[in-house]
Design a protein around this ligand. Structure first.
Ligand SMILES: *Cc1c(COP(=O)(O)O)cnc(C)c1O
Length: 481
């Protein structure tokens, strides 16, 4: 299996060659030269597999340069009931991503796929935990080290830290805006005592943190010397790890071959639903892929009208589903590449237009006509919709969902079809978004037992000025390089 760049210029790479990287050198994103196909018989045979062994079956088709025994050991180490232990009472923890039926709506079951039972209570753990083990394995094999630098306003940073803690050959330097995260998020990150995790609380806002990461990454000499890397959402291994739970969700929602299932995905950077697209291209019988956005509706606008118009930061709203507050969807290019019939030259022109003209327009073109053939539909949800949906599910089904999942349920209900199960991906647990749960329901969300009293644990962090030079010096002083 070889990988090519969506912008067409680079020589094909192996999985191991692209594992630790992000963008291709030509600015494109990596995709496999062809999607491996899974037959109906293979799918039926997979019903009896554990999540870890299902992950092995799916991943082995994409990373054939890792010996099978090693890959199986990595998936078995990653996908355990001990790591994914935060499921609601009554859910089957052994499934890793348990499927819960809410009720019958529109003539078919409306279901939740629990992707948020890992250490940070959000779906990013599904891929990031595997990434931690893959990185450690690949670095040891190559005799290398990696220093991960990132900026976070909460979610991504904690998932990366919990994935990389204690890993040999890896250090994490995570910048966050000092005193601007919730007490819960701060405690989640800062209570980690692992010596390879460095929490840098920057005196500034999130944009300052991001600017520092950019400044450090643009200093190519420093970056190479200090072996700086990132774990952003365009990393191919993250996307492919997410493909697995579409298979698991389909297997849990069906009882026999050929049955169709729709998935609704609360979306921001398009990484999650891109994995659904890939599962569908591999032959998984997916009916619809429903893209749910919040008020930041750049993706909904595209799937409704064919116009892709990225937003300026002043037009990007801070919402109560903050992990979907994006102005530009970094993984979207992967899907557009397939939509264009993999015409890399055309794609490169269009994404140059994104940088220079703020977007592109496929309205009225043959390409846009094909969107429905790829299963895509969309919708948007607002703060009022979230509150109403959280209240409705609480009273109707006795379950509390988080704000992002509420966006998903709201939009899923606009695309129900008789006889087709609608599976909404649960991308976070409500304990992470207590303010909005309190606003909707008038009480605190339940908290998994492992998080009791987390705010009282000792915290380990450094307060730093918003100064790239000082951050560089700190990193250099702690890498020994
Ligand atoms: C990251 C995130 C999303 C958005 O996922 P993308 O892959 O960026 O589309 C949705 N919900 C939650 C809770 C997240 O953390």
């Amino acid at each position: 299996m070889k990988y090519l760049s969506t912008r067409g210029h680079e020589a094909p790479q192996t999985f191991s060659e692209i594992l630790l990287g992000g963008l291709a050198p030509d600015g494109g994103l990596y995709l496999p030269q062809a999607y491996p196909q899974v037959t109906a018989d293979e799918l039926e045979a997979w019903r009896k597999l554990s999540y870890a062994d299902l992950a092995f079956e799916v991943l082995s088709r994409f990373c054939d340069d890792i010996p099978a025994a090693d890959l199986r050991a990595l998936t078995r180490k990653t996908y355990t009931a001990e790591v994914y232990c935060n499921a609601r009472p009554g859910d089957n923890t052994a499934d890793i991503t348990p499927l819960r039926t809410l009720g019958e709506e529109g003539g078919a079951p409306l279901q939740l796929l629990g992707l948020s039972n890992g250490p940070t209570l959000a779906f990013k753990d599904m891929a990031m935990q595997l990434l931690g083990n893959l990185f450690e394995y690949a670095l040891a094999r190559a005799g290398q080290e990696l220093n991960i630098l990132g900026a976070t306003s909460g979610d991504t940073g904690s998932a990366a830290e919990y994935a990389m803690r204690g890993k040999r050959g890896i250090r994490v330097f995570m910048l966050s805006p000092h005193r601007k995260m919730s007490a819960f998020q701060t405690a989640q990150m800062f209570s980690l005592q692992d010596p390879n995790i460095f929490n840098l609380a920057v005196e500034g806002v999130f944009d300052d943190c991001q600017d520092i990461v950019k400044a450090v990454s643009n200093d190519l000499g420093y970056k190479a010397r200090q072996k700086i890397g990132t774990v952003n959402s365009i990393n191919w291994a993250r996307v492919v790890a997410q493909v697995v739970y579409y298979f698991k969700g389909w297997l849990l929602a069906t009882s026999g071959p050929g049955q169709k299932v729709s998935f609704c995905v609360p979306s921001g950077n398009f990484g999650n639903v891109c994995a659904g697209h890939i599962a569908r291209m591999m032959g998984l019988p997916i009916d619809k892929l429903v893209v749910a956005t919040n008020e930041n509706d750049v993706l909904d606008e595209f799937f409704r009208t064919g116009t892709y118009r990225v937003r300026k930061s002043a037009e990007t709203y801070h919402t109560s589903s903050p992990s979907m507050d994006i102005s530009k969807a970094s993984n979207f290019e992967r899907f557009v590449f397939d939509l264009l019939g993999r015409d890399a030259a055309k794609l490169a022109r269009m994404f140059r237009d994104v940088d220079t003209a703020g977007g592109f327009d496929l309205a009225g073109t043959a390409e846009f006509e094909r969107i429905r053939a790829f299963g895509f539909v969309s919708g948007r949800s607002t703060h009022e919709d979230r509150l109403a949906t959280i209240r409705d599910l609480s009273s109707r089904y006795g379950i509390t969902i988080d704000t992002h999942t509420a966006d998903g349920v709201k939009v899923a209900r606009e695309h129900l079809a008789p006889g087709v199960p609608m599976v909404v991906l649960e991308t976070a647990l409500p304990a992470k978004f207590a303010d909005t749960i309190r606003e909707a329901l008038g009480h605190e969300p339940e908290r998994p037992a492992s998080f009791d009293g987390i705010e009282k644990l000792p915290q380990r962090f450094e307060v730093m000025p918003a100064d790239a030079g000082r951050i560089k010096a700190f990193i250099a002083g702690h890498t020994g390089l």
